[in-house]
Ligand binder design. Structure first.
Ligand SMILES: NC(=O)c1ccc[n+]([C@@H]2O[C@H](COP(=O)([O-])OP(=O)(O)OC[C@H]3O[C@@H](n4cnc5c(N)ncnc54)[C@H](OP(=O)(O)O)[C@@H]3O)[C@@H](O)[C@H]2O)c1
Length: 292
């Protein structure tokens, strides 16, 4: 039995779809959901629905009963970052109690210098979670996922076709953007095949791309000039505040923009290509699909 957590989310739902596509029968797939309300799609797919919450170890011990392999999708808790670490530790603790044999954990890609980067909080949380998993004695596979291509859309903004401008403080930084559903597909390939025990994979694209190139790609796709401006962080903040963007989002944009500027996701690796057995979708292909 394989259990997928975060089953109502973007990544988890894709992973379930890929498991079914690979021929794993719905009766051999369990999913963790935390609310009795939002899982109608999963009911229709016939998978075994288990109720549990990352903040409640006992609920997960019960939910993980009879599970051999666990795809542990990292928490998206919006509170202090320590909440996420606690969630992961709780899930691993529950898996151990429930005698789960193998955990595949979705981490985040990192490079030297991450401790002093804009995303040090996220990185520290993943390092702590990975270490706890390694020390648990359970077989593990750590998937250090690259930054989602879907995040480009949030950073570029939904009015880019009208304004003709990308305003984002990423300077000339590049990032190795990956399609979320291909990360989910790679995870399914890992969890359904042998030989991935106690390994860590950096799942990035083959080529890193910055916002100058992203602006060029969008321009060509739209047939309209789009320029990229990287303002000073304080200027960017003032513009967003004036536009009424909530503080939480302003801080998030600044954090990711600075991390791209620092080159924290600028890392090219072919592990994703190997796991997919094809080249990952490029940023250019992604942009053509979205804006074409
Ligand atoms: N690599 C990247 O660029 C990147 C970007 C963003 C996020 N991430 C990480 O990747 C993860 C998966 O991405 P995603 O796009 O699928 O995120 P998502 O759509 O926000 O899904 C998150 C999932 O986690 C579940 N969850 C949250 N808190 C929980 C709790 N306390 N107990 C049990 N389940 C809980 C949510 O359940 P509900 O439906 O009940 O809320 C949802 O199913 C995120 O959670 C985040 O850690 C990575």
């Amino acid at each position: 039995m394989i259990l997928v957590t975060g089953a109502t989310g973007n990544y988890g739902s894709k992973a379930i779809a890929f498991l079914l596509k690979k021929g794993i029968t719905a009766t051999n797939i369990a999913v963790l959901v935390r609310s009795e309300e939002n899982y109608q799609d999963l009911v229709e797919q016939g998978v075994d629905i288990r109720i549990g919450d990352y903040s409640d170890v006992d609920s997960m011990v019960k939910a993980f009963k009879g599970v051999d392999k666990l795809l542990l999708v990292s928490s998206n808790d919006r509170g202090p970052i320590e909440n996420r670490t606690k969630h992961h530790i709780n899930a691993i603790t529950a898996a151990k109690k429930a005698n789960v044999k193998h955990i595949v954990y979705t981490s985040f890609v990192r490079k030297d210098g991450h401790k002093n980067s804009a995303i040090s909080g996220f990185q520290n949380s993943h390092v702590e979670s990975e270490n706890f998993l390694k020390e648990s004695g359970i077989n593990y596979t750590i998937l250090q996922n690259g930054i989602y291509q879907e995040m480009i859309l949030a950073f570029v903004g939904d009015k880019v076709a009208e304004t003709g401008t990308i305003l984002f403080p990423a300077q000339d930084g590049n990032a190795s953007w990956v399609l979320r559903e291909e990360l989910a597909e790679a995870a399914v390939n890992v969890i359904t095949t042998q030989g991935h025990e106690n390994k860590t994979y950096k799942l990035t694209n083959n080529v890193s791309v910055g916002f100058g190139q992203i602006a060029t790609d969008i321009s060509e796709t739209l047939g309209k000039e789009v320029s990229y401006i990287s303002p000073e962080v304080e200027t960017f903040k003032a513009i967003l505040e004036k536009a009424g963007v909530p503080e939480m989002y302003i801080n998030m944009f600044i954090m990711w923009g600075t991390a791209v500027a620092e080159g924290m996701m600028d890392l090219e690796d072919d592990s994703l290509e190997s796991l997919l057995e094809r080249k990952p979708t490029s940023v250019n292909q992604f942009i053509r699909k979205i804006y074409g």
